[in-house]
Design a protein around this ligand. Sequence first.
Ligand SMILES: [Zn+2]
Length: 253
Amino acid sequence: MPLLATDAIVLHAFDYLESSRIIRLLTRESGVQSALARGARKSRGRYGTALDLFAEGSAQLYVKPNRELHNLAGFEISSTRSELAEDVGRFTAASTVAELALRFGGEEANEPLYDTVANALDRLAVSAAESTLEDGLAACWRVVSVLGFTPELSSCALCHTPLRASDDATFSHASGGIVCPSCSRLAPGGRRIPAAARSAILGWLESDEAASLSEPEARSHQRLLREFLGAHLADDRPLRAFAVWEHERWSAA
Ligand SMILES: [Zn+2]
């Protein structure tokens, strides 16, 4: 079996049979891959915390051609990101980022996706309680963008007329972004979004600027993102981590 050595991030992990663990990895060289870690539960010493959620390191996989589950030969950990488990806001946001990467990342190498996810998890690991939601939103939009679905936010998505940054606008999921007043008549189902919401997303995507969202704004942003994912990336399966991320905070409040 060929050996694949690659940077990898553990984005899902569960126990398998009595002694093993199955992990789903985002790898730098080969996109999303799944691997069986034999004996990982019996001898904790072999992997330590390397196979815990959100850990990153250098993985070696014995690749079985045309099979979905490979064998893990080794994992040398470089970052545990254990801080993500210490706060529910950090954890649910990180889980949502992981879900998007696993669901839509594919098996081809995508270095920008790898780096975006790694940076997002690093940032969430040190995110203050009041910023986890915004940091999660920024991370998700960046992931969506490197997957090729950057929303149009400066000009009309249909006729390309530039729109003033200070104006509220209609966001049309079907059209892939904001639309001008005349095109909005051709794009039913659009949602009016305030200028501030548009500039917040632009800030996250282009300049790493924070928007310091209020709770209602953050809630509206989660809804907008959910609708956008539904229009452009969704398959038949619900996004369960996203649902937990969206509902946990508001039901606890
Ligand atoms: Zn237009």
